[in-house]
Design a protein around this ligand. Sequence first.
Ligand SMILES: N[C@@H](CCC(=O)N[C@@H](CS)C(=O)NCC(=O)O)C(=O)O
Length: 209
Amino acid sequence: MMILVGQLDSPFVRRVAATLSHYGLAFDRHVLSVFGDPDEVRRLNPLGKVPALIIDDGETLIDSAMIIDYLDELAGPDRALTPRSGPGRRNVLRLATLFMGVSERAVQLRIETVRRPQHLQNPEFIEAYKRALRASLDYLERDCDTPWAADASLVQGPTQADFAATAALTHLSAKVPEFKNLDAWPKLAALCEAGEALDAFRDNPFVEG
Ligand SMILES: N[C@@H](CCC(=O)N[C@@H](CS)C(=O)NCC(=O)O)C(=O)O
């Protein structure tokens, strides 16, 4: 059975867990923390990051985008949450990359504000990360479709854009006090609520880490 390494407080790990569940792929979890178990995480991924996915033949896959590419292949083109080709595929990948980029910025912001001692924190970095987060949410609010994020004229139903959106927005509002309330981005708030209502996310609830 495949083993997913990482905790469900990570949006990258949670997006992979929800994708595994959505495709009906059984998996075990190895709950390692990048800060609590750095040596063990580095043995699986020299970058010291989660998620990692140990697949059935023992190979270890790293980085959520690469892992999801593999899971899409396992699911097959008719069930994959990423369209096979063309503008529909590019649109889903673009939105998913932006939402996961929001998570990258949120993680950077937390490292600067929560992990680094206050006297070493850099207010310019903090402001730049917050600015990037606001700009990305404004952009995505304009660009996303409803009821699901990707252009409905190109693809029907939830896609990897929504799985990335749900994982990223729940993490952001739980972990960064300034973004606790997503009222300024009503379309994104609705996307996140719809994503959290999917069985795939209910089966892999966000946990405070
Ligand atoms: N691009 C990576 C990002 C993964 C990532 O940043 N994970 C965080 C956990 S939320 C991490 O491992 N951080 C440790 C660090 O940056 O040192 C992916 O999509 O998997």
